[in-house]
Structure formats: C-alpha cells, structure tokens
Design a protein around this ligand. Sequence first.
Ligand code: FAD
Length: 402
Amino acid sequence: MQFEESRQWRAQGVPGAPRFQEHLNLVTAALEDGLARQDLSAFYDAFRSTDLPFIGAAHSMDAYEIFRACFDILHRLGGVSPAAALAIENHYYILSALSTFPTRDDVALGERRQALLKHIVNNRLLIANTSTTIHSSKLGTRGTHARRDGHGFRVSGTADYTSLASQGDILVFISVLEGEGPAVFFAPMRGNPGIEIGPLLLPDSMLESDTRRITFHDLALSDENLLLSGAGARMEHLLSFEMVWHQLLIPTLYLGAAARAIEEVRRFLRSTTGLDDRPLAALDGMMVDVGRLFIEYRSARCVALQAGQGLGSLTEAPLDTQALSDIFDLASASKLVGTRCAEEILAAARRIVGARAFAGGNPIERLSRDVMFGPLGPKVNAAIERTYGRRVLGESSFLEQC
Ligand SMILES: Cc1cc2nc3c(=O)[nH]c(=O)nc-3n(C[C@H](O)[C@H](O)[C@H](O)COP(=O)(O)OP(=O)(O)OC[C@H]3O[C@@H](n4cnc5c(N)ncnc54)[C@H](O)[C@@H]3O)c2cc1C
C-alpha cells in the first residue's frame, strides 16, 4: 500500500473491522506454524503481505487509535510467542512514535520525519532499532560514536541490543555525535557492509526476538540519514516520546501471554475431573483462584488502556514538558504493572495446570520462559519505582496527589 492511498483502507483497517481481524488471524496462524517448524521466515512473509505492519503510518489514525490497533496485534502475538511479539513491538513503537510526534513548530524535522515515514511505508520496510548501549561496568554506556565527515557522517562501535536484527530492513539508532550530543540516525540494514549483524545476544533465551549484537564498521551516512541531533528540549522530547510508546506497547504483548495462560487454565480445569469425577472447574477454590487472576489481568489492562488514552492527548507542538512527563510516568507504571502481572499469572497457571504444562505442546511452557523478560526493560523497574517514590516523599501531602 502506498503512503498516499490511506483512505480506503482506513475504513476497514481499524480493529474490529473484518479485514483487520482476517489479517491478524493469518499472521497469528503463520507464527504458530513457524514456531512448530522452528523457522519464522514464512511468518515474516505473511506479516509483510498484510496491511498490519504499517498501521498508523499509512492511515490517518490518531495516536490512541494506533495504540489500540497495536494493542490488539501485540496482545494476540504475545499469546503465542512473547519473544516474537517483542521483535514486532520494536518495529511498532518506532513507527508509531515517528507517525505521531508533533512537529508543527519545526518544519525541518517535520519534513525529515515525513520523508522517512514515506520511505518506510512505500518500500514496506520493517524497522529495527538500537539505543546502542552496551553491557559495561557503567550503566547506560553507549558503544558507538559518530563524527561529521564532509556533508555526512561516519559511525563506529558496537550496540548490544537490536531485536528483529536479521529481519529488519532499516535501522533507527541513537549515537553520540562528536561535539554535539545525541543524534538519531537511520540506515539500511540488510546487506549493508557498514553494519555487521552479530550472534544472538541471549543464545538460550528470547530466541524469536532475534536480538543480536551489531557492530558499525565506519558506517558512512549522508546528511539525509539524520533525523535529529544535538542536546536540547527537542531531542529530550523526541527520545521521551519514543520511550512512552515503548513503555506503552511492551505490557500489551505480555498481557497477551497472561490472557493465553488464563485460557489454558480454563481449558485444563474444564476438561479434567477430580477423583469424585467432578470437573476441577466446579471446585469453589478454583473459581476463587481463577477469578483473582482475571481481576489482576483486568486491572493491568485498564492501566494500559488509560495510559494509551493519555498519549492521545499529546498532540500540541511543542510538546508540553510536564504533560509528557506525566504520560511517561503513567506509561512506566503500566509497563511495570502489566509485566509483573504477566509473570504472576504465569506462575499461578503453572501451579494450577502442573507438570503437564511442560510435557510438550502446551503454550504455558513457552510463555513461562519469555515472560520473565517483561520487567527487565526497556526502563528497569528500580528506576520507575524511584521516580514514584520521589513523588510520594516530596513536601506536599500524598493525599493531594491522589
Ligand atoms: C530481549 C531483549 C530485547 C531487547 N531489544 C532491544 C532493541 O531492539 N533495541 C534496544 O535499544 N534495546 C533493546 N533491549 C534493551 C532494553 O530496551 C533495555 O535497555 C534493557 O533491557 C535494560 O536492561 P539491562 O539489563 O541492559 O539494564 P542495565 O541498565 O544494564 O541494568 C542492569 C541492572 O542494574 C540495575 N539498575 C539499572 N538502572 C538502575 C536504576 N536507575 N536504579 C537502580 N538500579 C538500576 C537494575 O537492577 C538492572 O536490572 C532489549 C532487551 C532485551 C532483554
């Protein structure tokens, strides 16, 4: 679908419309099939063949509508493979942030953003991204540096985390530009001699997230590959806005895993009888336990949806720093609550279904393996909790904040 051809699809492209569901069913089936065959290439072919990857960028939807569509897609895929859904989430959060970042007050940035979006949509590109941080003895260390070179740039160094690394067509990344501060670049990813896609970073975990270490070998970029550079309010807003999208979308896929676990519990309890020949589902204690899981899931889902609605209100340019910070905190809380809830629901599901969940063929095994990664990023929980703790322990009464 071409960037300009948005209107026709829009009518059918929102969640709930037949075509959206049809495409989502197709992609979900391809993921299940790919996992069984341990080869996700057909899943990515199926995903690319639908209109789903470019939802939002190709259609005039507002931020909340885009969020709801991504929610439905990631929730469904997360119920099959949280790791694969994480790879897709990385594409969506960058695309959604690019599509919705308000730029009315900055013509140059607005034009660069539109040109990049058009390039992505018209060429049906999947986006990988990296903040180019590395595992080092100092947290937050970036492994890359960039310098100006004539009318362009050169980038060298290493980035530890890049999901969707072998399927991504274009890489959006943050580096430090010599003497100027942070810079957001993009570059073609496949077959690019300047970007070496290395081995899986986590060789025994989250395999389907395709998270790899990548190395930049004096990568040459033109001025057109730069989205924004330099420290300042605009950069802070852009990076925070991207992170809001990331923190908002991460819990949706892990909540998908939680929902699937509850469904597996339901199936097990209804299809298995106790020694008295009554279905386990008829036990009052089971009803209480499962009801508690539903309430946990529902509460986390409510926070996620409320945070998504908050994002929809950020349309004015320049962004209001306080409003952005408030949404950032809400998105962070949603990430923390949603990912923690998913871990707890999977733990409870394992206890209810028992060892047969690991006897082969039960999704609880895969979901259990992956959900532990939910709380680990993008923003670590200790940092989120500290922000909230600081607010509670300020001079004003907590009751005024409630
Ligand atoms: C499967 C997977 C895929 C990923 N894909 C991508 C990707 O495609 N692109 C990308 O850019 N990134 C990616 N990431 C990185 C992710 O976005 C986070 O940056 C990362 O998960 C942070 O975890 P870390 O262990 O590296 O944190 P670190 O910053 O190394 O922190 C390690 C530990 O230090 C402590 N700590 C850290 N900060 C604080 C703090 N402020 N206060 C108190 N304690 C603290 C915590 O205990 C924390 O667990 C991925 C991560 C994973 C796990």
